[in-house]
Design a binder for this molecule. Structure first.
Ligand code: ZN
Ligand code: FE
Length: 281
């Protein structure tokens, strides 16, 4: 009886207590800082020689890190065409002869692209597979790479820790649809975004959702993490659902706090995004 209760209790604890299980594949992810605030995930499948570089902002730090770790990248995974995501493509291709995978809808703007992919495509990565999600909104063809077996998603500039990307090429409705796809992933999914924007995002989040206790707790934790110079990435889908103001657009209390009680989530999202664009915190 006690054992059953214990197992039941373990089943509902948070992401920190849900480590990899035997059936969950491992994935080694090294975050390489680049430019002023970019992160370049260097992703190694421990079961094979597959090594992917996600959105190389520049080549130098990738080459240094690979040399230090003894890794040879076999693939670049690009999420969108912005220079701080593709800037290292050609130099890395020259050096390693790797394969460049990127969004079909932005193919002409992805330097060195070998394979154009879109929603529903699968990219083999060693013993694992990445599913391509169309998450347009920040750019017109932005994609994400979801590795369900490793409970990991690479989201580029679509979803940030406590924030989301600006709408440069898409509408609020497109971005809301994209974020909704990410919100439907398992809550323990690790989310790798491309920038360390978390503290600024949290300043805005507190301005619109200050009554959210989970957000206030996160603000303190993030401040401590950054004070030590450590990254706040990865986050998890569960953490973002609880604290990211843009993902809280479905919440009645959140809508009411923005003066939008009863309005559809997409309208609440659009208002929150517009408020962030003009926020000077
Ligand atoms: Zn971008
Ligand atoms: Fe970016």
């Amino acid at each position: 009886m006690g054992g059953l209760l214990l197992r039941g209790a373990l089943g509902i604890v948070g992401p920190a207590a849900l480590p990899y299980t035997a059936s969950m594949a491992r994935l080694n992810v090294h975050l390489i800082p680049a430019l002023s605030d970019n992160y370049i995930p260097l992703v190694a499948d421990p079961e094979s020689a597959a090594v992917a570089v996600v959105d190389p902002a520049e080549s130098g730090p990738v080459i240094e890190t690979c040399a230090r770790l003894g890794l040879v990248p076999t693939m670049i995974l690009n999420t969108h065409h912005h220079p701080d995501h593709v800037g290292g493509n050609l130099a890395l291709k020259d050096r390693y002869g790797l394969t460049i995978v990127g969004p079909a809808a932005e193919a002409p703007r992805i330097p060195g692209l070998d394979r154009a992919v879109g929603e529903g495509d699968t990219v083999s990565f060693g013993s694992l597979a990445a599913q391509v999600l169309d998450v347009r909104g920040h750019t017109a063809g932005h994609i994400a790479y979801w590795l369900p077996e490793a409970a990991t998603v690479f989201v580029g500039d679509t979803l940030f820790a406590a924030g989301c990307g600006r709408l440069f090429e898409g509408t609020p409705a497109e971005m809301w649809r994209s974020l909704s796809k990410l919100m439907a992933l398992p809550p323990d999914t690790r989310v790798y975004c491309a920038h360390e924007y978390t503290q600024a995002n949290i300043r805005f989040a507190l301005s619109v959702d200050g009554a959210n206790a989970a957000l206030r707790d996160r603000a303190a934790a993030v401040a401590a993490t950054r004070a030590q110079g450590l990254p706040t990435v990865p986050t998890t889908i569960g953490m973002e659902l609880a604290t990211n103001p843009f993902l809280r657009a479905r919440d009645a209390d959140f809508a009411a706090a923005l003066g939008l009680a009863g309005r559809p989530p997409v309208d609440v999202f659009a208002a929150a995004r517009a408020a962030k664009d003009s926020f000077r915190g």
